[in-house]
Design a protein around this ligand. Structure first.
Ligand code: ATP
Ligand code: MG
Length: 310
């Protein structure tokens, strides 16, 4: 198992200034785990993923039954960091009726005609559900920050300076605080990939006909802005990792490590809510017993007579 103390290290403490160059992208566990070798580490990561996945499936049912809380899980990353695969693996045990995934691409004309949180607010999880945002309102301070001309599609001309972005961070913090105070758990994951691993994954996409569809010309174009994106992520995560809606910077160069860490973090956060199946009151228990007795009686009168040969 990965050491739970290690897992806490990926949470970005509120008020700290994040330096992504100091956060590992290739992490294999505790020092002891490193001595174990790659195969053993992978085995442990997969065991943790399995355990957390089973726990998630069970707790999701309790969230659905109690219908008082919802969970919003945000995934952000550079291209090819493995958002899709992580979502697929981590949520694979969860009842599809209790889970909603939304992938946010470039905004439509209608989206642009509204405030910058509008299209995301429309997709928030209902009470009792887990909602996953594959990219999110954070794009409004990431891709839009790297390409500030995108803001001009929406807003009157003006300065896009530090104060402008600080106001957006403040709006996001307020938005998330509002959600949390209304029973939503907000968890945010940045899958932290190295530039070199991205290069390998792009090449793999180009070489494999089954993966080529994933490649888009904009991938290479955006890669040229790597440093600008890292800076935008550092600023956004530093300003919006709060007590109520923390960010986790997850090492993503090894897919099995990223998936295990994400699954465990989500399972732990839900476990800490301490939700229990709703209690059945005395009257309800009496009604259930009466319903059961009625069904029993029905069976007795309708059951076909057994033939003597049976
Ligand atoms: P993959 O990791 O598999 O490439 P993806 O999430 O990058 O998946 P794509 O269809 O490749 O999906 O890209 C979606 C694009 O939409 C991204 O380049 C993202 O930056 C862009 N996008 C998302 N939100 C906005 C926004 N608000 N304004 C402008 N562009 C946006
Ligand atoms: Mg992409």
């Amino acid at each position: 198992m990965f050491d739970p103390k290690d897992l806490k290290a990926f949470r970005v403490q509120p008020g700290t200034k994040l330096d992504l160059s100091k956060c590992p992208t290739d992490w294999t566990g505790t020092r002891d785990a490193r001595k174990l070798g790659k195969d053993q580490v992978k085995k442990r990561a997969l065991a943790l993923l399995d355990k957390s996945r089973a726990e998630l499936a069970a707790t999701q049912e309790i969230i659905y039954a109690t219908n008082t809380n919802s969970v919003l899980i945000v995934f952000q990353a550079m291209d090819a960091a493995g958002k899709d695969g992580t979502i697929q693996h981590v949520m694979s045990g969860v009842d599809p009726q209790g889970c909603q995934v939304f992938s946010f691409k470039r905004p439509s004309e209608e989206d642009l005609d509204h405030d910058f949180l509008w299209r995301y607010a429309k997709c928030l999880p209902e009470r009792g559900r887990i909602g996953i945002f594959n990219r999110s309102y954070y794009e409004e301070v990431l891709v839009v920050r790297v390409h500030p001309e995108l803001v001009d599609r929406q807003l009157p001309s003006g300065k896009r300076d530090k104060a402008f972005w600080a106001a957006r961070y403040e709006d996001i913090n307020g938005f998330e605080h509002h959600l949390v105070r209304n029973g939503t758990i907000v968890l945010k994951f940045f899958l932290h990939l190295s530039k070199e691993e991205q290069r390998h994954r792009f090449i793999a996409r180009l070489d494999d006909p089954k993966k080529a569809w994933k490649y888009s010309a904009s991938d290479l174009a955006e890669r040229q802005y790597w440093d600008d994106y890292q800076k935008a992520y550092e600023d956004a995560i530093s300003a919006t990792s709060t007590e109520w809606a923390p960010w986790y910077v997850i090492p993503a160069d090894r897919k099995y490590v990223a998936r295990a860490l994400v699954a465990d973090t989500i399972a732990t956060a839900i476990r800490e809510l301490g939700l229990k199946y709703p209690k059945v009151s005395k009257e309800e228990r009496r009604a259930l017993a009466e319903a059961r007795a009625q069904l029993e009686r029905e069976g007795e009168t309708k059951r076909p007579k057994k033939s003597s040969s049976e």
